[in-house]
Design a protein around this ligand. Sequence first.
Ligand code: ZN
Length: 429
Amino acid sequence: MKTMSELFFHRGIILTIYPSNRQKQIIRQNGSSARFVYNRLVAVSEELYRLRKTATYLKPVQDRIDYLETAYSSAKNIVNAIPFLAEKGIDSDMIGNVKRNYANAWKKFRKYPNAGIPTFHKKDGTYSYQTSNHYQLSRKPNSKGLYDGSIRFLDKNHINLPVLGKIRFKCSKKEIEALFNFPDDVRIGTCRISIDNIGRCYVSLSLASDTPFYEVFPETHTACGIDLNLTNFLYCSDGTQIDNPKFGRSLKDKLAKEQRKLSLKRNRAEKEGRNFYDSKNYQKQKKKVSALQKKIARRRSDFHWNTANDLVKSHDYIFAEDLKVKNLLKNHKLAYAITDVSWSEFLQKLSWTAEKRGKSFLKVNPKNTTQTCSECGYICSGEKHIKLGIEDWICPNCGTHHIRDYNASKNILAIGLNILKSAGITPEL
Ligand SMILES: [Zn+2]
């Protein structure tokens, strides 16, 4: 059987799982052990860094360096150095995965120094760990990868996980049907098992196959530029305008109300000299607030996926502004920084959707996209500079009336098409 990296197409799937109390206990045990091992690795590397800086040779220092280097060199040695990792219930693959994630964090830092070096994982009421799937070497040639590994589907409602055993799961019916009826063999790679801060449990699986998981969208022979802005969510150069998602006043009002209650409870605990982390009322209220926040986040995420899907369905080439550059240009505008997170999440989803559906997505430099007239190319500057808040304007050169964001989206499209042209790509439009 091919390994994960030998298989060409990858995807992930998240299932909500319903473990028993005993299984929940095992997840917490592995989750906190994973955090412990990771933090220990961070601490050891910090200590080694300090010790190695010692200029003169001191035997105790060298002994300590030797000890740390051996004790944390392999997963097996870590178990010896941290005895409770040998306890019953501990998933042996969890430790190997922590080591790999720690090494990957360093790799990421070397590639992108902005990412920062690995730091301690804080206790935040969540638990998560990663484990690996194993297939027996003596597999029958026609056996299916979904059903015969150490991580395997038992039926449409149950999955078997290492150490934990059989667990009931829930996932969209459409998605699970598609997976079970997939025409090619699917291999399960690693899986992350987690409990969030309000006690819900999930498992996310990485899957791989030689056949694409997603159908490619038919070509439309169109390209578009999109302008992300503050007045609405986005303006597309084909003239469509998409408003920010409306979560309903009630949901936002409710969140504000519960957040007020939370700070009252915190103040009360502080006044009475109690640590609010130990206050039951505070913790209960905190759960309520995070459940509401998650609900809003989920709705926003659904909105992003749907918008991305619609755009990718109706255009072969999509161009958007590079937000990093945009923020450099406008970093004095706080409002942009606030919406930035939501925009980057959206562009990330748009990029994934385009890739899996066989379309192209490209980020372009947003310089002057708002200030340029898309009809004649005149750039407004100095006194004629178009300030934030001006929604429409008339070009001083050619007299065209422009809707600010629509004009910007047309410029983004033109920049994108120019990039394609200079790269020697001539799209059939
Ligand atoms: Zn003009």
